[in-house]
Design a protein around this ligand. Structure first.
Ligand SMILES: [Zn+2]
Length: 320
């Protein structure tokens, strides 16, 4: 970022509106940080981009851990431009890229891990991506429709289409769908790119918080109650065994309040001994927020200046 722009943004603009961001925090959600540039990973944050963004947060924002946020009892405890960092899903780059950068800058972070990925090397969407990337077939049939997958552009369109179709299926339907897809594509899942038990322990030992994100990443709102309880409980138990400590925080898969989870799931978390549940609905955290539907925010800008500007604006924005 140019020096003048940075001086204006943090010396003039952010100061003028800082009172509006007092007593509240912005919790950022990240997923993957990588330079792989794979066909289906174009939304990923690059490594240098992530480092630049973290440097800027360190310099101009008040970055705290989610434990610190949850311990704040009165608004005054949250200074202007308070930020917390969270990373969902549990890909390998949490260990090899994100943790070293946070560690170097002494920034706290929380990692919400989908435990099936530890056992299988990836999640349901990775299995779909893998089938489409590896296949030599020119087309597949999905729900009676022939979908062309003979080149990269068509594969990308097919991938987006299949993700939308699969996301809101129940877990057993999703598994059946993926098995059929692999059969048609004549492929097997081999793209292992997930955290291992040792890597999770290393992240925890670096002082980061480990949280749960279910076992198989279902949309809780479409599953039966017992499936939800099993999914949430299993991920908590697996992570407690790995880290040898209590897992207190949870992030809802997909995470939109009302659409992907509801009050029923918030009660499940309470009963299972969690202290918080993080959504993906945009908003701020304040000491009086519902601790089982905590809003987060994801600025999408690749440019670090735009990212910072959006973050300052978000910190001051009113949410109904
Ligand atoms: Zn997720």
């Amino acid at each position: 970022m140019s020096q003048n722009l940075e001086r204006w943004l943090f010396g003039v603009f952010s100061k003028a509106v800082s009172h509006k961001s007092l007593g509240r925090a912005t919790i950022l959600t990240f997923h993957r940080v990588s330079d792989n540039n794979s066909l289906f990973g174009q939304e990923e944050v690059g490594i240098l981009e992530f480092r630049d963004k973290m440097r800027l947060l360190k310099k101009h924002f008040n970055v705290v851990s989610i434990d610190e946020l949850l311990n704040a009892r009165v608004n005054d405890e949250l200074k202007p431009y308070t930020i917390a960092l969270t990373v969902d899903d549990g890909y390998e780059d949490c260990y090899s890229v994100i943790t070293p950068i946070l560690d170097e800058l002494k920034l706290p972070g929380a990692f919400f891990i989908t435990t099936e990925g530890i056992e299988q090397g990836g999640l349901w969407n990775d299995k779909i991506a893998n089938a489409l990337l590896l296949t030599e077939q020119q087309s597949i049939h999905i729900d009676g429709e022939e979908i062309f997958i003979g080149d990269d552009a068509s594969k990308l369109i097919a991938f987006e289409k299949i993700l939308v179709k699969c996301k809101y299926k129940k877990l057993h339907e999703r598994s059946q769908f993926i098995a059929l897809l692999n059969e048609q594509c004549k492929t097997e899942f081999t793209d292992y790119d997930f955290l291992t038990e040792d890597k999770i322990r290393a992240i925890a030992n670096a002082g980061m918080i480990i949280g749960a994100h279910t076992h198989s990443h279902p949309i809780l709102a479409v599953e039966d109650e017992q499936v939800c309880i099993t999914e949430i409980k299993k991920s908590k138990e697996i992570l407690e065994n790995i880290t040898d400590s209590s897992i207190k925080h949870f992030a809802y898969p997909n995470g939109m309040v009302g659409r992907d989870f509801n009050g029923k799931h918030e009660s499940m978390l309470k009963k299972l001994g969690f202290e918080s549940g993080f959504s993906t609905t945009w908003g701020h955290f304040s000491p009086d927020s519902n601790r089982f539907a905590i809003p987060r925010f994801t600025p999408w800008d690749k440019n670090v200046y735009r990212f910072a500007f959006r973050l300052v604006r978000h910190s001051c924005k009113k949410y109904g």
